[in-house]
Design a protein around this ligand. Sequence first.
Ligand code: ADP
Ligand code: MG
Length: 352
Amino acid sequence: VKKTKPIPVALYGGRHAVTMLPGGGIGPELMVYVKEIFKYAGAPVDFEVVEIDPKSDESNDLEYAITSIKRNGVAIKGNIETKSESTGVQSRNVAIRNELDLFVNVLHCHSYPGVPARQKGIDIIIIRQNTEGEYAMLEHESVEGVVESMKIVTKSNSERVARFAFEYAKRNNRKKVTTIHKANIMKLSDGLFLETSQKVAKDYPEIEHNDMIIDNCCMQLVSRPHQFDVMIMTNLYGTIVSNVVCGLVGGAGLLSGKNYGDHYAIFEPGTRNTGTAIAGKNIANPIAMISASIDMLDHLGHKQHSQVISDAVRKVICEDKLHTPDLGGSASSTEIVQRIIDYILQTDTRAW
Ligand code: ADP
Ligand code: MG
């Protein structure tokens, strides 16, 4: 059994350097909140901020961002906008994940008690292939009016994702892994993904493994979501299923997502939204990005700091039920952040 290698991270005089990519839309305001919270929690992290021009592919921004992440090992990220009408510009989000070989995305979809939601008591881990599949960006017009788009599935990446999922299940005491696919139609590509996960499953007899067709999976998710534990899937199914489950527990503003490769890690809001329409209005839900920053602190080994911040978040969301408009509340983003900071300041950190 292959062990996941430890990911090296930059550490200078006890402080970690982390790349911060604010991105567009609500990204920059959310990063301000993260920095404020880290300041009051005394989190030993220095951010190296890299802005990426959303309109231009010409500059070296992307290169700077990638170099910075390679140096620091870890990044926190907002969504970088790629306008769908600008066909010449490829997605910088995809480029960063590919360049750093962040082959897996992990989304822990869990309900927050106190948040009004369509389903209660959800606790699902979505593990998504993050660099190939339908996101290969290999599209061309072969003859006028006929466009071909290639979906790439490799045995090696399918195996890495499956291995990651079963190791994750084992480490976190999870009981079942479900492979999501459409192998009845895409017999070769999804067939390979499914077959590979079935082979890997044989190494983990203590963990139940089953599979489900993506369309049935969507129906099951909205009607009987509690049957799912850990799920693995290819890239496009992953983004769709992630959004379905986030919708079940309270929307785009709550959950964080983690991107891992063998060497680097990027933390970001789970549904990767830009939120252009709500930017600058002090209404964006800050919790998804704050949760991403908590994940990042955990990853760096700063468990006490991550615990203090996540306790404060839980009190604000679940006990005080202070919510932004996306959750049906009337609190502003800054009211939520201020309340979180108030709780952090009440924590006795003298024993640390
Ligand atoms: P846009 O097209 O403006 O970029 P997205 O597609 O990024 O919007 O986001 C999808 C939906 O989720 C939008 O309605 C957006 O307002 C909402 N949303 C995304 N992130 C948040 C957040 N942090 N707080 C509240 N609503 C959010
Ligand atoms: Mg969008």
